[in-house]
Design a protein around this ligand. Structure first.
Ligand SMILES: O=C(O)CCC(=O)C(=O)O
Ligand SMILES: [Fe+2]
Length: 393
């Protein structure tokens, strides 16, 4: 799994015991070297069938017919939160809806979010153009250093994954901007500007959503005449303002045999909230409480938002960080940009004391980034098992 604070790495991977995956690790160093260069590079070499390195064991493949856990429900629609309404007189009703969405699905879509269309379009465009650059240009940013401010790579953890995922990525640490920006790619020439503009807009929206989430959990007083209550609210929000932000640009090229592989395996996100921007190609699925995979149809001009492990812990289990995965397809490539937000790295994450009482005892141990790193180096992470390891008996 990737050891990133959040991204494909910080997120729990599924690799099932016995590692049928591992047995498929390529022994041919030339082929292996090709796979390490990523799926975009592999496609450019003109493959027509899926190399075994990407073929999942039958039970983990998408779209199995005949019932069972992998059948998707085509009629499913994710709850929609109208951000403009959230900021207006309808706020209490919208907060109710938000709270239900976080409890039931761990996911919702945000419309009327206020991020200008051209900012979004530029972010998607420049992402596509980045992945269209020659491999030599993209590969300048390949790094195994989990703390690098910019990292280009493939799969989840390309050093460890037994079966590779059909995904290449560019990870951009966004905070603090003055420290990280000088390391971001210089090509395409407009990448830095487009990405920094989008990341700032995403952060602004994230802060508004954090306010809403805290209010929905009864942790913010909201409108108040009392200066001390207002100060307490501001102090609570300040921590979030100083928090971490990582943008992961995901590229899923069209795939010759999409039924045999995944763009991303089932995982939950490590942070507090993820804001996901996707192009018009579908692929994202979330797992409901019956284990059924549900398609998230891209809704034009909207963003998908999901609860991460830290919010599940912080809310003492009331809001759920839900497993999700990405399917690929044979005709279209897909781009998504996940903006992953959480507390500062050195912060201990624990259930909010106000959500713990006799009737609702503490459900999670304290955790921090160091605990997370120790955990992933001591065992093989899969699905949501890091979060499981933080649960109190
Ligand atoms: O590409 C997507 O739709 C989902 C990406 C994702 O889950 C992630 O980056 O954590
Ligand atoms: Fe994710």
């Amino acid at each position: 799994m990737h050891l990133d604070p959040f991204s494909g790495s910080g997120r729990s991977l599924q690799f099932i015991s016995m590692s049928p995956a591992m047995s498929q690790r390529e022994d041919d160093p030339i082929l292996e070297c090709r796979f390490q260069k990523g799926v975009k590079h592999l496609c450019e070499s003109g493959i027509t069938s899926l190399p075994s390195r990407y073929i999942l064991p039958v039970s983990e493949r998408p779209n199995l017919r005949g019932g069972g856990m992998n059948v998707s429900d085509l009629n499913f629609k994710l709850p929609i939160i109208d951000f403009a309404q959230l900021q207006g007189p309808q706020r209490p009703q919208v907060l109710n809806k938000l709270s239900k969405a976080c409890e039931e699905y761990g996911f919702f879509q945000v419309t009327n979010h206020g991020i200008p269309g051209d900012v979004i379009q530029s972010m998607i465009d420049v992402s596509k153009r980045f992945f269209d650059l020659p491999f030599e240009e993209r590969s300048k940013y390949m790094s195994t250093d989990m703390r690098a401010p910019v990292r280009y790579g493939t799969s989840f953890n390309q050093k460890k994954d037994g079966v590779f995922c059909w995904r290449d990525f560019l990870k951009l640490v966004c905070h603090p901007p003055s420290d990280v920006l000088p390391y971001w790619p210089t090509s395409p020439a407009d990448l830095r500007e487009a990405a920094v503009t989008y990341s700032q807009q995403a952060k602004f929206l994230y802060m508004k959503l954090v306010e809403a989430v805290l209010e929905s959990l009864g942790l913010l007083v909201g409108t108040t005449m009392h200066a001390d209550e207002e100060n307490a609210d501001n102090a609570a929000l300040k921590e979030f303002e100083d928090g971490s932000q990582l943008m992961v640009v995901n590229c899923y090229p069209s795939c010759p045999q999409p039924d045999l592989t995944l763009g991303m395996p089932p995982h939950s996100d490590y942070g507090f909230l993820t804001l996901l921007l996707q192009d018009e190609v579908e692929g994202l699925q979330i797992q409901n409480c019956q284990g059924k995979w549900l398609n998230v149809e891209p809704l034009p001009n909207s963003l998908v938002v999901n609860v991460g492990d830290h919010l599940e812990i912080f809310s003492n289990g009331r809001y759920k960080s839900v497993l999700h995965r990405v399917l690929v397809n044979s005709s279209k490539s897909r781009i998504s940009v996940a903006s992953l937000h959480s507390f500062p790295f050195d912060r201990v994450v624990r259930p909010s004391p106000k959500l713990v009482n006799e009737a609702n005892p503490r459900r999670y141990k304290d955790t921090d980034f160091a605990t997370f790193l120790a955990y992933v180096s001591s065992c093989e992470p899969k699905r949501k098992n890091f979060l499981e390891s933080r649960k109190l008996p």
